[in-house]
Design a binder for this molecule. Structure first.
Ligand code: HEM
Length: 133
């Protein structure tokens, strides 16, 4: 039984487990017919950079010994025009990946509520308010 007092980072299985989660999630998001537009036009190296930033960020907010050197969530998502429907699609993918990886219920809830705590920084419009893309 995992020690429930340990940081979420360790309970999830540390860096490699969180990196695997990010890889699977990004693979789904970039293939999703609605969300793919957000990464269209990025070269492989930019995708690797974004992936590394996501890994570092999740490790850090899960309480791991990792230093995130990227921008805050409001700065890095403002202007993308992400709406509520798109957030819900993102959340469904995150749940599916957590299930696929066999993450336990408690840790699953913690990951999802951590992600949800950034929702107001990421979502700009209630619904279909995008002017571009
Ligand atoms: C619908 C949901 C989301 C979409 C479509 C999305 C999309 C994006 C895109 C396109 C970028 C690159 C922005 C740019 O460089 O111009 C980005 C950056 C990033 N996103 Fe998200 N995002 C979503 C949710 C989240 C959530 C929930 C988190 C974390 C809890 C997150 C963490 C990050 C991080 C760490 C970066 C890198 C910041 C940097 O470049 O300094 N994203 N996101």
């Amino acid at each position: 039984m995992l020690n429930p007092d340990r940081a979420l980072y360790y309970r999830l299985g540390g860096y490699d487990a969180i990196a695997a989660f990010c890889d699977e999630l990004l693979s789904r998001l970039t293939k999703d017919p609605t969300l793919a537009v957000y990464w269209r036009g990025k070269c492989d190296d930019s995708m690797r950079k974004d992936r590394q930033l996501l890994v570092d960020f999740l490790c850090m907010i899960a309480g791991g010994p990792v230093n995130y050197s990227g921008r805050d969530m409001k700065t890095s998502h403002t202007g993308l025009g992400i709406n509520e429907d798109e957030w819900n699609i993102f959340a469904q993918h995150a749940i599916a990946v957590l299930n696929d990886l066999g993450v336990a219920e408690q840790e699953k809830e913690e990951v999802l509520s951590l992600a949800a705590s950034f929702k107001s920084d990421v979502v700009e419009t209630a619904t279909h308010g995008k002017a571009t893309h």
